[in-house]
Design a protein. Structure first.
Length: 176
């Protein structure tokens, strides 16, 4: 996908207040500013007390909660703050890389493949297995290039056991 280049116009990551992403996107649209708000379609099923499904609702939610991407001329940057939806604007430093990543996200959303947001797993990230036969086991990501491989350590022996767990079954352990 080709993207225009203009020296005084830049892409920004707009950090919005919670639940203000769609309102901010409408503001950008009404101001005729270029923006991108990736949305996921989510389906929620509602059940009565007897467990019988009574309703199914479909709605869209931001892929990146509290973030909208917009392309602004520098002289119009302050307009993004006019309705009090935005906490701060972060200028994108490497626009070509950013645009490639956004194009990839657009392609995934348009293809309808199942996607979910997950933080990158760096070496040393503590994780807990959240599903399957090893549920509850804690370990450490050994290789960020292959985050499915975790090490379960036995500290006193200075030894570890490697195991491969699907990323979807890992949750990050926050500092306790």
């Amino acid at each position: 996908m080709h993207h225009p280049v203009d020296i005084d116009v830049h892409w920004f990551v707009c950090h919005t207040k919670p639940k203000c992403e769609k309102r901010f996107a409408r503001l950008m649209e009404s101001s005729e500013m270029q923006y991108y708000l990736p949305l996921l379609t989510s389906v929620r099923r509602y059940y009565n007390r007897q467990g019988k499904r009574i309703e199914t609702k479909s709605f869209t939610k931001p892929l990146f909660p509290s973030y909208v991407f917009c392309r602004l001329p520098l002289e119009r940057k302050m307009e993004a703050y006019q309705r009090d939806y935005v906490v701060r604007l972060i200028r994108v430093e490497n626009e070509p890389r950013f645009l490639r990543q956004i194009d990839s996200i657009k392609l995934m959303l348009e293809a309808g493949v199942e996607i979910d947001l997950c933080p990158p797993l760096e070496k040393g990230t503590r994780v807990r297995i959240s599903d399957g036969p090893l549920m509850g086991v804690e370990g450490v990501v050994e290789n960020p290039e292959n985050p499915d491989v975790i090490v379960v350590a036995v500290d006193i022996l200075h030894q570890g056991v490697l195991t491969k767990i699907p990323r979807a079954e890992l949750e990050i352990i926050e500092d306790e």
